[in-house]
Design a protein around this ligand. Structure first.
Ligand code: SF4
Length: 356
């Protein structure tokens, strides 16, 4: 094993580390692993000196082998609707964004999986920035830890109740680190987020969706945004590689394995994908596998060639889907004033990077 940041370790990595450094019997190894994991992920401790009931030799070994560094906050913005956006500066100076969206008792943290994105969806501001890199496991986990520190969320009543991989990047193009970070989130002795509290959102990487069905098993959101290949290719170039029929096949498989509906994300773009015929085709598509639809208001950004649909069209579109018997929700845009809304992430990172 060659880790230096503790947050790169899975639970079993930590257990292997302890058993390879100390000749403890199996039961004791698992007890020590539990204790340390709890200190780090239940209490948010970063100094081994605060790890109580642990031998000084083990503390020393841990301290010598790992750091518990948090990512620095370069900027923090709070929206008038309570949404908080943190711009985090990684140790290599890359910038990444994390957004907290409170809503009643629910608090959703939207995390990024890459710096930039290769997919270049035409309506998405993030996609206009060149892909810089995949985030490591510890850079993903650090987004959650920093948000927990900031929100003072180390008590038993969680403020961050849900985690969505919907920030910058395509999570399935950083599959291994995303998968490992989810295993850390789900570990019961630590952060303890069940699979039903985590959603991974993909632009539709069909082969990875199939793999994730067997290996990850959280909720899955598909950024659909158009019901036909012809239209989807125009706004989402990834559709040239993975067609709607591939998405139907992989999403059917995913929902069969995890026994939940797939969330379909659909940003309404004026006169592009908000027509009657799109609604009809969408209804047909939705009957191919268990799904529910999230209609999302488009957040315009400078230089984009699309406009948001007007409210009458949005309502009509919504009613049409609803009448068909499918589940549909209309998502209100959050954090728009701080560019923390869907498809707006990354703007600040770009600006910041230029001035660094
Ligand atoms: S919508 Fe998602 S996949 Fe598409 S460019 Fe934006 S971040 Fe990338």
């Amino acid at each position: 094993m060659n880790f230096s940041n503790f947050y790169d370790l899975s639970y079993s990595d930590l257990s292997d580390f302890i058993s390879s450094n100390f000749s403890l019997e199996k039961k004791k190894t698992s007890m020590r692993t539990n204790q340390i994991w709890k200190f780090v992920y239940k209490k948010g401790l970063r100094e081994t000196s605060k790890f109580s009931n642990i031998s000084s030799e083990l503390k020393y070994n841990i301290e010598k082998s790992f750091n518990f560094n948090r990512t620095n906050i370069a900027e923090k913005k709070i929206s008038k609707d309570g949404t908080i956006k943190w711009l985090l500066k990684l140790s290599d100076n890359n910038l990444v964004e994390t957004v907290f969206i409170p809503s009643g008792k629910r608090g959703t943290l939207c995390v990024s999986s890459q710096v930039g994105c290769t997919l270049n969806c035409k309506f998405c501001h993030t996609g206009t920035q060149l892909m810089v890199k995949n985030l490591t496991t510890h850079e993903i986990i650090n987004q959650i830890l920093v948000a927990k520190d900031e929100l003072n969320d180390w008590g038993s009543q969680k403020k961050i109740t849900n985690i969505v991989y919907m920030g910058m990047g395509e999570p399935f193009y950083n599959y291994d680190n995303v998968k490992k970070s989810i295993s850390i989130l789900r570990e019961r002795n630590g952060l303890d987020y069940s699979a039903k509290k985590i959603t991974v959102s993909t632009a539709g990487i069909s082969n990875e969706i199939m793999k994730a069905a067997d290996e990850i098993g959280t909720y899955l959101a598909l950024s659909l945004h158009a019901p036909t290949d012809e239209l989807r290719e125009k706004i989402m170039p990834i559709n040239k590689k993975f067609k709607i029929k591939d998405l139907i096949e992989s999403c059917s498989y995913y929902s069969k394995i995890n026994k939940e509906k797939i969330f379909l994300e659909y940003v309404l773009l004026k006169d592009i994908n908000d027509t009657d015929s799109c609604a009809q085709q969408l209804v047909k598509l939705m009957s191919k596998f268990p799904s529910k639809l999230n209609l999302i208001e488009f957040n315009a950004w400078p230089g984009v060639g699309y406009e948001p649909s007007d409210s009458e069209t949005v309502q009509k579109f919504y009613e049409k889907i609803k009448k068909s018997g499918h589940i549909v929700t209309l998502r209100k845009s959050r954090g728009e004033d701080i560019l923390g809304a869907c498809g707006q992430l990354k703007t600040d990172s770009e600006k910041k990077r230029k001035s660094l």
